[in-house]
Design a protein around this ligand. Sequence first.
Ligand code: TXA
Ligand code: MG
Length: 345
Amino acid sequence: MKTKILEPTRENILTAAKIIAEGGLVAFPTETVYGLGADALNPEAVGKVYAAKGRPSDNPMIVHIAEAYDFDKLTAGRNATIDKLMAAFWPGPLTMIVERLPNVPDTTTGGLNTVGIRMPDSEIARELIRLSGCPIAAPSANLSGSPSPTRVQHCIDDLDGRVDCILGGPDCRVGIESTVLDVTGEQPVILRPGIVTAEQIAKVLEIDVEYDKALFERPEMRPANAGLDAGFSDDFKPKSPGMKYKHYAPKAEMKILEGSADAVKVEIERLKSENEAAGRKVGVILFEEKAFEQAAHEFFAELRELDKQGVDLILAGALSDFEGVGFAVMNRMLKSAGYNIVSLS
Ligand code: TXA
Ligand code: MG
């Protein structure tokens, strides 16, 4: 298939919108990561997204809307909690899981009776949704399993020839995917951490926000402030089906070093020399301490850059004392490395 690669001019956004309205696939920028969009209410179109990404079809998609009133076309679940969250965080990087109306197809929700909805704050994304005249189902615009795309070139690398159109735009501001929050129960539960943190949500709602236990499947994933002392069992079932798949993996082997900043630096240097002496090409990912938002912005792009350079081994320094946005970045880093973590303390 010939993929149209377009600059985000008004005319080109209209061209892309027509492709969506006619059941085609368009990769487009959002503030978090690039999305691969299709008409969310057209099961045939949504089915093509799974095929283009090589994604398992039980993994539900987030439905993107341009205006708050579009929310009520997808769910009857609106309540005071949701109103507060909308006012505080939309448009923006928060996805809410709510019960779906019957017009939302099984193909979009992976057969669940809930649907994830988000209003992106990218003007290009919202203009595309408005002009398409439909809500847009969009997972991240990468091949399934590879790092999420935060620059238009990443979409081209993964999807050129597999989708109808790639609508370009700026590098993604946030750099990691939206926070996914289940608001179907009494207490909101974070299914995927992101730049909108549990603390921020709790402050707006004036109630405690829980993390899905699947996020702590491994003890090393636990943030400093999770406030969870008990209740970890081996037989939990992830609420977010996406949690169970291999994710974000670079082609290179990846190892995370965890410990004091000095110890991490020393060990990275040692491992680098050792591996280089053995003829391996080594890449290093090391963020400044506490610069969590910057880490979020750069992490996926760095993985892709190192793969492009053809490195055999990536050595990454774990974020120290991570919480909030740091927790969200560590969630991705640990998955990328397949939990290959070395503790230096
Ligand atoms: O920032 C983002 O959210 C990006 C941009 C494009 O908006 N999209 C994105 O989509 O990250 P995707 O498909 O890569 O991740 C969606 C996540 C998956 O982990 C999926 O399982 C979860 O959201 N999800 C979607 N609908 C759900 C539902 N009804 N119940 C539970 N989890 C759901
Ligand atoms: Mg994804």
